[in-house]
Design a protein around this ligand. Structure first.
Ligand code: ADP
Length: 495
């Protein structure tokens, strides 16, 4: 018998990727295709849904080619996707009625102001675990209904369908109109406690229920991909938003288990078990996954500028030639020379939620060098993540023993060690760094019996490297105090 594999589709913000995994959770083939970013106005971001689909399909075929396997060797496939981005399409033709409105897009900020002015923030937080912000799908959908003539009446007649990117891909692959609770929980329309679309919110936001996908478990058969796409009727058997998929891929199965993704921004998620923990410290409450036996929940916090501060040093400031150079420069000095950089370039995310904060550097002296500056930039990624973890521990009411790390900037050993030092917690890198795709693969493979149990999945998990905290407590406290003052300075600046 030929060996069989699981295919993961990782539909990201800038590229569509596909990765094949074997039973040990090891990558055996992959492909990645970038697609167009559409910026119609400042602050607006769109994608072409047909291009999302065509690049994703081509990436899946490419991954199978790179692994040199036949279609019947793919046991199942799972999807991890950019979250919150919306697609609305015509039910009869399957054609999108508008470009996808991307999670980054701020076009619905006036709508959010109106909803907040109506005093809806507490109700929304209570039901959805989210804050009223253009980031989430709901107000993007409201915007679309306001702007596209006739769309609302067509929606009321059931002629158009709405979905996040997972729904769109599942629809294209299988013809079914479905989503999972991790994606539904990012829409601002889903009651995460009851596990259903919230009638009261739909009424308030004037969104017809007929356009919404049915919500089914993250691990389970969504449908069969039509044979014409990949050469066989492969079951689509797993689906989760990318950050939740990464939490799953890290095998963070127990309450208190947490991961931090060090990409453009930083995303920290912590498993809180079967209870949705309401945040009193500026975090979000979200569904981590549904394996068909009730939801597992997570607390989530994000930092807007993480690895992107290193990109900025490279592209805007010309201080480094490539990202990896930042490590050697940071190590060339003993410390940041009391320089602190707060990269609040687009305001600050959790736990501050301060849209008016701006990038700030404090502590510069005549002796400050480029190395100090670059080191301060790397350290800022760790300090911001520390602020998230502090908020999480307060909300959760218990210590987080360690964090598992992934994402482009987790390749920086200086950053990982400094993170362990300021957190005073272990930071662990897994052997398989493709945790997002791996999580989607696990969800699909568990649903179809490719993997038997969570224990088997956990048994696959291998540590690549661990960073242990080693900073003296007095020094750690001093640095964190100075960081807090620098954040105050960044927030004091008024445009
Ligand atoms: P995303 O998925 O958000 O696009 P990635 O996980 O690919 O991001 O990570 C890319 C980010 O990581 C970039 O912002 C880049 O500056 C940063 N990065 C990559 N390598 C390093 C490194 N060695 N040191 C610090 N930052 C890095």
């Amino acid at each position: 018998m030929k060996e069989r594999y699981i295919l993961a589709l990782d539909q990201g913000t800038t590229s569509s990727r596909a990765i094949l995994f074997n039973k040990s959770g090891v990558v055996i083939g992959q492909n990645q295709i970038a697609f167009s970013q559409i910026f119609p106005k400042p602050g607006w971001v769109e994608h072409d849904p047909e291009e999302i689909w065509s690049t994703q399909l081509a990436a899946a075929r490419g991954a199978m080619e790179s692994a040199q396997i036949e279609s019947d060797q793919v046991a199942a496939m799972g999807i991890a996707n950019q979250r919150e981005t919306i697609v609305v399409w015509d039910k009869a033709t399957g054609r999108p009625v508008y470009n996808a409105i991307v999670w980054q897009c701020r076009r619905s900020s006036d709508i959010c102001d109106e909803l907040r002015a109506l005093g809806l923030a507490d109700l929304v937080r209570e039901k959805t675990g989210l804050v009223i912000d253009p980031y989430f799908s709901g107000t993007k959908l409201m915007w679309l209904f306001d702007q596209v003539p006739g769309l609302r009446s067509r929606a009321e007649k059931g002629e158009v369908l709405f979905g996040t990117v997972d729904s769109w891909l599942i629809y294209k692959l299988t013809g079914a109109h479905l989503t999972d609770p991790t994606n539904a929980s990012r829409t601002l329309l889903f009651n995460i406690k009851k596990g259903e679309w919230d009638e009261e919110l739909l009424k308030l936001f004037k969104i017809p229920a007929a356009i919404l996908p049915r919500v089914v478990p993250s691990s389970g058969v969504f449908g069969l991909a039509r044979k014409e796409f990949l050469g066989a009727e492969i079951p689509v058997a797993g689906c989760a938003g990318d950050q939740q998929a990464a939490l799953f891929g890290h095998a963070c199965f127990e309450p208190g288990a947490a991961k931090n993704t060090y990409g453009t921004g930083c995303f920290t998620l912590m498993n809180t078990g079967k209870t949705p923990v309401a945040s009193r410290h500026g975090l979000l409450t979200t569904v981590a996954w549904d394996l068909g036996k009730g939801y597992t929940y997570a607390l989530e916090g994000s930092v807007f500028i993480g690895g992107a501060v290193i990109q900025w040093l490279r592209d805007q400031m010309g201080m480094i030639g490539d990202s990896a150079e930042s490590e050697a420069l940071a190590r060339s000095v003993d410390d940041s020379g009391e320089v602190f950089l707060v990269p609040a370039f687009v305001g600050m995310g959790a736990p501050y939620w301060d849209a008016d904060a701006r990038g700030t550097v404090v502590g510069i002296t005549r002796g400050t060098t480029k190395a100090h500056f670059v080191r301060a930039a790397l350290e800022s990624i760790a300090y911001q993540s520390k602020d998230l973890l502090d908020a999480m521990e307060k909300d959760f009411g218990a210590d987080i023993p360690c964090i598992k790390a992934d994402g482009g900037a987790s390749a920086n050993n200086f950053l990982m060690q400094f993170q362990a030092d300021v957190l005073n917690r272990r930071v662990i890198l897994p052997e398989v760094s493709e945790t997002t795709a791996l999580g989607a693969a696990y969800l699909a493979g568990l649903a179809t019996g490719y993997w038997e149990s969570l224990a088997e999945v956990e048994g696959n998990w291998r540590k690549k490297r661990e960073f242990s905290p080693g900073m003296a407590e007095g020094k750690r406290r001093r640095l964190l105090d100075s960081w807090a003052k620098a954040v105050t300075a960044a927030r004091a600046y008024i445009k």
